[in-house]
Structures are given as C-alpha cells and as structure tokens.
Write a protein that binds this ligand. Structure first.
Ligand code: KG4
Ligand code: ZN
Length: 332
C-alpha cells in the first residue's frame, strides 16, 4: 500500500491506499474551527496545528507500517509552513522505515479525486475550483496538462470565503454562502457578470466581490442583516462567470469528458449549471465523491499509486517544497 500525506493548507490528512486502489485508512483533522475566528487561514497557526496533528495520525497507522511500499506527500503548491510539516513527517518516516518518497502536486492530487477507485481515463477537460486556484485544464491522452484559463485575482472558492467574511459567516465560506443562498426569497440582486462579452479567457472575482461589498454595506445602513438574497445573487453571478468562460472554451475545442474538482466543486448550484453545459456540448460530467472534493490525503495516495507503478520516486535530499509551483511541466 501507499501512504499519502496532505498538509498543504489547513487540513492534516493521511491515507493508506492499496496498489489495487482499495482504500485502507483515511483520516483528516481539519483546522476550520481554529481559523474561523480570524476569517481565513493564519499560516503560523496552521503550521503549529499540523505539527500537533500529523504525528498522532501516523501513530494510528503503526500496525500497517510493514505493508507500506512508498510515501507520497504533497510538496506543492500551498502555504510553505504547512507544506513543510507534511514533507518533514514524510522524510522522517522514509528514513525510519527505509521507504521511497514520491512528490505530489496538490492540483494533480485533486484531479486524481475523479479516479479514486478506477483507472484514469484520458483525454479530459478539467475545471479546478478550490480556495487557491480556479483553472480550466486540457489533459491529453499522454497526461500532459495545458492550462487554458486561470484567475487573474481571487479564486472562485476564495471569493466565497471573502463574501462570507463580509457577512460575518466565518471561515471557510463556501458552504455557509451556499446554505444562506437557499434561504433567499427574492431575486433582487443582478450582479454584473465579470468579463462578460470580453474575449479574454481568464477568470476574475475581485470586481464581483466589490459589487457584493457595496450591497452588504447598503443593506447594513438600512438596518438589514439578512443577506440571503445577496448570497443568492453572488453565487449565481460567480457560477455564471465560470460557465461563461467554460462555454467559450467548449466552443473552441471538443472535450468528451469534463472533470470538476477542488473544494468548491461540492457547490450544488455550480454542479447544476455544469450539468447544463455538459448536456449542451455533449460532454460527460465527472465529479469526485462529495467527501473527497475538499483537501484530503486519499487523492494524494491515489496519485502516489500511479507514480509508484511508474517507478517515479524522488531522493530525500531532492524533495523540496514549492509553495507557488503551478501545473506547467507537470503531467498526470
Ligand atoms: O480544495 P480545497 O479544500 O482547498 C484548496 O486547495 O484551496 O478548497 C477549499 C475551498 C474554500 O475556499 C471553500 O470555501 C470552498 O472550497 N468551498 C466551496 C464549497 N465548499 C467548499 N465553495 C463554494 N461552495 C461550496 N459548497
Ligand atoms: Zn485543494
């Protein structure tokens, strides 16, 4: 089996996956509560919590030590102090148990969440919507990844987090905004869709966030703290922006399958809109199981299985963290 370790942001997670893709163990300790009062992830706090959590998780899998063939660990991208925690644990275990190391790009890990217990099927279009990234990817039959669209400012998930913070809903904001939007009774807020009619293939959420900020302030001035209608209008505009640029791409190239990954891919309104676009462009929609949309070590172990089978290991001294690395020159 392969041990997967994930600590790129605010979740400490480890998983054991058999080479036949059986999931043997998975546990995740999330730090949401601790960061919630600050309205976002505090790196120093995240690092301290990883350092406390990871050794306890490793203790739990001691009975399996003899069956582990390699250690796969997220080393990019992410918060540097968080990545270091997982990579240090991986290196210590590698020395103690004499096991090879496998480096995993977190974004590649998310893509593997589509294939946790099945072989990878390529080629594939991918929409990656997380707290750190918003991208459309084109993965060819060899696994080469081309980034077609990125965000020029906030990511999709981050915009939910920031709007939630403005509304006093804590961190992370995605689920809170989605739930609040279901309570909307009046379709009052028609926010401008970012870059609509603009030929640029890029995402941008900061302008939308500012439109929302103005409406929240107006509402507060009027003594109204019920933001359900604003949440609904915001979620619709943010999802419409995703669909608008995705449609432009689909008009230019044909994907037979579209995979949607990342924490924000759990958003049900977005999933509904994606079903429509897949129908329109005759693509099959691939989704990760709900519980594995957000960060987890299962997807890291799954990516590790693939690299193990290809003999793709990294020396202990060459394994470094790379907080900003993107997907250029990375393949599946
Ligand atoms: O993939 P992930 O767990 O971490 C990163 O790699 O960034 O994604 C977390 C992000 C957060 O911004 C969170 O607010 C967002 O995903 N998110 C959602 C939903 N669930 C999580 N955004 C919108 N709707 C949701 N239901
Ligand atoms: Zn992630």
């Amino acid at each position: 089996m392969i041990l997967g370790i994930e600590s790129s942001c605010d979740d400490s997670s480890i998983a054991l996956m058999g080479l036949n893709l059986d999931l043997i163990y998975h546990k995740k300790i999330t730090q949401e509560l601790e960061h919630s009062k600050y309205g976002g992830v505090v790196p120093e706090l995240a690092a301290r919590l990883h350092t406390a959590a990871l050794p306890n998780l490793i203790k739990e899998i001691k009975p399996y030590f003899k069956d582990i063939k390699a250690i796969a660990v997220t080393n990019s991208p992410g918060l540097s102090v968080s990545l270091v925690s997982g990579v240090s644990v991986a290196k210590a275990l590698s020395i103690a148990l004499k096991l090879p190391l496998i480096e995993i790009n977190h974004l590649v890990g998310h893509i593997y969440s589509l294939f946790l217990n099945s072989p990878v099927r390529l080629p594939l279009g991918v929409l990656l919507v997380s707290g750190g990234h918003t991208m459309v990817l084109d993965i060819n039959e060899n696994g080469d990844i081309a980034v077609l669209v990125e965000t020029s400012d906030d990511s999709f998930g981050e915009s939910f987090d920031k709007v939630a913070k403005m509304m006093g809903l804590g961190y992370p904001g995605g689920v809170a905004i989605e739930n609040l939007a279901t309570k909307s009774t009046k379709d009052r807020y028609k926010f401008t869709i970012p870059l609509k009619g603009d030929s640029r293939l890029e995402y941008s959420f900061s302008g939308l966030k500012n439109q929302v900020r103005i409406e929240i302030e107006k509402s507060l001035t009027n003594g109204n703290k019920d933001f359900a209608d604003i949440a609904f209008g915001f979620q619709r505009a943010a999802c419409e922006h995703i669909i608008d640029k995705l449609s432009k791409i689909c008009n230019q190239r044909k994907f037979s399958s579209l995979g949607v990954v990342g924490g924000a891919s759990a958003n049900k309104y977005l999933r509904g809109r994606l079903l429509e676009i897949c129908d329109k462009f005759d693509m099959s929609l691939l989704l990760a199981p709900m519980e594995f949309c957000s960060d987890n070590a299962v997807m890291i172990a799954r990516a590790g299985v693939e690299k193990y089978q290809k003999g793709n290991f990294i020396n202990l001294n060459d394994l470094k963290i790379s907080p900003r690395s993107s997907l250029s020159s990375i393949y599946l």
